[in-house]
Design a protein. Sequence first.
Length: 134
Amino acid sequence: AKQQEVVDALVAIVTESGAGQGFHLSDVDLELTQAGPRGAHLHAAGKVRRGLLRASLLFTTEAQLGDDLKLQLINPRLTSRNPIIGLLLLAVRGQIRSELADPIDLRDLQLDPLKLVDAQFEVGERLRLRLEYK
């Protein structure tokens, strides 16, 4: 898929999820870059508003696919230059990491009787996930 199409879909999901919790997200910019043959860096920035409170947020993480074919977000960080929001984020940082801690097991993509044995990412103008079955 084209990277921009994937980015647009992710932004729509995040925006809708935030709206469901009373947050208005705008000016969301998301960038994916290669991080080795089995990973990608994610850098997202945007503005969030809830009532009278407004802030710019920055979210960064690295997605890595382990030898066990589980996709894990490594060191997710959510920060803001707004000192009040920064303090609020400190209070919920553990909860955010906990929510993102569960890996996604790509072995769930089995095609019986074939068995998934390897996967790799390609991040560029197009995003590709190469799956090797035996």
